[in-house]
Design a protein around this ligand. Structure first.
Ligand code: ATP
Length: 302
């Protein structure tokens, strides 16, 4: 369990993290979402004791991480996949980490295989692609078999197979009862991974809720239907409690399911030329929610 209490970090006069109070619970993947510059990396670094908070506190299983004697065996993290000595081999890099954390050498081979880079273990990291570096970073996080795991943008640079692998890995780590906290600036990456979401913007907490609750914030989706009898169908749909927007032969319907719209048309012998349902996208809910806190927007005046 990770507990942030009024956690704040100021750089100069600017608040990178602003009074954040959040509890990250074990047994589920918690997505940590926010646009670029929202303060995710700064928060993760404070959890690990790498940055000191300007105010507030953060504990990992009840104690500040820096004072935890078990180091990598207590919390593992992938922060910046590029932050490794390129001259070392993957195996060499992990062996150094293992030695300094009193982790048995055999574990290095285990995590290399687990991360799918066993075959590249003897190669220098400088020749690794970004995806391979991410896998190495994940292997390093898992080295101490820790109950708490933090990952900063772990999907960057991974191919589709890698993305699927990471998703399943995170879910299985959470199912084992671990605390798994994963940052991303893309909702799509969290959609099939996280059960719970913590969303921040400009350092402030915007949402702390289940993925299902978050999805419910969206517009709930709509049904699009095309008919030569648009006016008659619109009256029927409105009568059934739907919201209708008409544009020529096309009606956009909210508040009624696609099935219900089809049934009403059938019952009243209204000819349909098209009927499609459009689910509310989590991405849209995320963008809507964070729109005011996006710091770097294309074409926006600053
Ligand atoms: N060492 C630093 N000195 C000054 N400002 C910093 C420093 N580190 C981060 N910041 C600022 O703090 C804010 C939050 O940055 P942070 O990297 O935590 O955001 P992020 O959510 O991880 O973003 P991204 O998705 O782009 O990595 C940004 O405005 C950033 O410019």
């Amino acid at each position: 369990m990770i507990e942030l209490t009024n956690l704040t970090k100021a750089y100069g006069g600017k608040l990178a993290v602003d009074d954040l109070s959040v509890t990250v619970r074990p047994g589920r993947v918690t997505g940590f979402l926010g646009p670029n510059g929202a303060g995710k990396s700064t928060t993760l670094r404070m959890i690990l004791g790498l940055n000191a908070p300007s105010a507030g506190t953060v504990t990992v299983d009840g104690v500040p991480f820096a004072t935890h004697p078990r180091g990598l065996r207590h919390a593992g993290a992938l922060l910046d996949a590029g932050d490794v000595q390129g001259g070392r081999t993957a195996r060499g890099h992990l062996r150094v980490l293992a030695a300094s954390n009193r982790i048995p050498r055999d574990r290095v081979e285990e995590v290399l295989d687990l991360a799918g880079i066993g075959a590249a273990a003897g190669r220098r990291i400088s020749g690794f692609s970004l995806g391979m570096r991410q896998r190495l970073g994940i292997a390093a996080a898992l080295l101490g078999d820790p109950p708490v795991l933090l990952f900063d943008e772990p999907f960057n640079g991974l191919d589709p197979e890698g993305v699927l692998w990471v998703r399943e890995l995170f879910k299985s780590l959470a199912a084992e009862g671990r605390t798994v906290f994963v940052s991303s600036h893309l909702m799509s990456e969290m959609e099939n991974t996280a059960e719970h979401l913590v969303v921040i913007g400009r350092g402030r907490l915007i949402a702390d809720e289940s993925l299902a609750a978050f999805a419910g914030r969206g517009d709930g989706g709509h049904v699009r239907v095309r008919t030569p009898e648009a006016e008659r169908l619109a009256t029927l749909l409105t009568g059934a409690g739907g919201g209708v927007e008409a544009a020529g032969e096309t009606l956009t319907v909210t508040g009624l399911s696609g099935d219900r719209v089809g049934e009403l048309a059938f019952e009243h012998r209204v000819l349909l030329r098209e009927l499609s349902t459009h689910k509310a996208s989590l991405e849209a809910a995320f963008m809507e929610l964070t729109a005011d806190s996006v710091e770097y927007k294309a074409g926006a005046k600053r």
